[in-house]
Design a protein around this ligand. Structure first.
Ligand SMILES: [Zn+2]
Length: 538
């Protein structure tokens, strides 16, 4: 028996085999079973989502020798002929190749004749938006007074280009792109039936590359089975698709989170061995950043359909929300500029390095001199080692000093801000810590209270991150206790920053208003000061 490509072999033969498009399926099944058929249907949607497949199943349902129903038998000669594409009363037209008015006229002239074999004549016009204006008029005439034995099934990828007069005479169904789980599910089913062994990652790569189109997914699957000589391995599929292992993307982002330019370049060097398409690699980096941004706001919204949930959540904790936004923006602009770079790898490297170069300096509280970023732990040898001890003695015996200081003492706020800066906390965990007031360490319990205005920052994972970081900091097991009720008795580092910014703004406004020159100008020209435009000088 000759080999049949998977997309054809596995084309759904009835509504129950159809993957996805439940809304369309239900509407059509109900229409068929309740005998409430419209004379013209329009299926819209991108390529390979099932427009023609649905139209063919529909044609079978109408013409099956067992009678009109939503479940055609699949065995009678009408069903078989439709499956094989040689049923005389199913007239399939590809409008993209048949736009001349004569062609359509010829086609529609035969409309009034009764069907030769079946109950209904079914016209399936694919890419219907490609018909010429004249052809549309001819079609419209038929749609206005359709003979009872004719059904029109129109399909298009571009419904915007159809005249309203046509649209208003059709029942319109919008077919959705298939989701990753729908595609991987179908591929798994096929692989099992075809008895082909496969790696989970390989299937995911194929589904991802298919971009919502089942037909593309199955063509790629065909190709991959041939390429892999019977089995499906992730590295082979990656090579075939010209994509690279998604781990590379997360290793790159991890290097960024460590602020390590050398490591970034090293990872790009490794990826280069696979001769990647740098434009799509950058696109992958950008979409990973988008998932990380979502993970920072709504960790539960991250599913594992890409098999990267853990990597995304880990990076969401390591990168600050501002950095993620900035990297995303730089990545987007980089995609636009990449074609202009003399060679793609260089262009890609520049985009990655730009992410590091433009990374905003973190806010450093007054209590701690030096830049906040110097904590990057393992890689750059000397620096952090120097910094940690210098910060630690100050808090080595925090409890007594603190208790003496009592509520609202400035030292505890500064001290806590200093501790946070030496911890390798990022993202929401860092944000949560900055919004806590510190009440010292009692019996190995770090006592904190969260600013009631920021309770949304609380989360078990973040508390655990903070606790782990503090254990490392104190070099012993400590427990974090965060109270969230009641009024804050002392200031949080974030609160201190806001207050200081406010004070500086007030000072700036005052000094401008008191300035002799400003007063002179106001008097001479009758001017006034726009207070919103005053900014404190850094
Ligand atoms: Zn049948």
């Amino acid at each position: 028996m000759s080999y049949q490509v998977l997309a054809r072999k596995w084309r759904p033969r009835n509504f129950t085999e159809l993957v996805g498009q439940d809304h369309v399926q239900r509407a059509l099944v109900n229409a068929l079973d309740n005998d409430r058929l419209h004379h013209a249907y329009l299926f819209t949607g991108t390529r390979g989502v099932g427009k023609t497949t649905i139209a063919r199943i529909f044609a079978k349902a109408l013409n099956c020798e067992e009678g009109v129903s939503s479940s055609p038998c699949g065995k009678c000669s009408a069903c078989e002929e439709i499956n094989e594409g040689r049923f005389i009363d199913l007239i399939e037209v590809d409008a993209a190749s048949r736009t001349k008015v004569e062609d359509t006229r010829e086609l529609l002239e035969n409309v009034q004749y009764a069907p030769t074999r079946g109950r209904y004549k079914v016209y399936l016009i694919d890419e219907v938006h490609m018909l010429s204006g004249h052809s549309f008029n001819a079609l419209l005439k038929t749609l206005e007074e359709p003979p009872p034995h004719v059904k029109f099934l129109l399909a298009t990828t571009d419904p915007q280009r159809l005249p309203v007069t046509i649209l208003s005479r059709c029942l319109q169904f919008n077919l959705k792109s298939l989701t990753l789980p729908q595609i991987t599910g179908q591929i798994d089913t096929i692989l099992e039936q075809e008895q082909v062994s496969s790696e989970e990652g390989a299937v995911r790569q194929l589904a991802f590359a298919a971009n919502g189109s089942m037909r593309d997914a199955l063509s790629l699957l065909d190709q991959a089975i041939a390429y892999g000589d019977g089995g499906l391995r992730e590295d082979e599929v990656c090579t075939m698709l010209g994509t690279i292992d998604r781990d590379v993307i997360y290793r790159l982002l991890d290097a960024l989170s460590q602020d390590d330019a050398a490591l970034v370049l090293e990872e790009i060097g490794k990826a280069d061995a696979f001769a990647p398409d740098y434009s799509s690699l950058l696109a992958d980096v950008v979409s990973a950043l988008q998932r990380i941004a979502i993970a920072q706001t709504l960790p539960d919204a991250i599913d594992d359909s890409f098999g990267d949930r853990d990597a995304v959540l880990a990076l969401a904790g390591k990168l600050s929300t501002e950095d993620v936004q900035l990297y995303y923006q730089i990545g987007l602009i980089g995609r636009r500029d990449l074609p202009l770079s003399p060679e793609p790898r260089g262009g890609f490297e520049m985009v990655m390095l730009r992410m590091l170069a433009f990374r905003p300096a973190a806010w450093v509280p007054d209590a701690v001199p030096g830049r906040a970023r110097s904590q990057a732990p393992q890689q750059s040898a000397g620096e952090p080692v120097v910094l940690k001890p210098s910060a630690r003695p100050a808090v080595g015996t925090p409890a007594p000093a603190d208790k003496a200081g009592g509520a609202g003492s400035g030292t505890s706020t500064g001290e806590w801000a200093g501790i946070i800066e030496t911890l390798s906390l990022k993202g929401m965990a860092r944000e949560m810590s900055l919004n806590c007031a510190f009440h010292g360490v009692d019996d190995d319990i770090v006592q904190l209270s969260l600013d009631p205005a920021h309770t949304h920052l609380l989360g078990k994972a973040r508390e655990e991150q903070l606790e782990a970081a503090l254990c490392e900091y104190y070099q012993r097991k400590v427990t974090v206790r965060i109270t969230k009720e009641g009024k804050l008795e002392s200031e949080t580092p974030a609160g201190q920053r806001t207050r200081e910014q406010h004070e500086r703004q007030q000072q700036a406004e005052e000094s401008i208003l008191q300035d002799e020159n400003v007063k002179a100008i106001q008097n001479a020209f009758g001017g006034s000061v726009n207070q919103d435009s005053i900014r404190p000088r850094d």
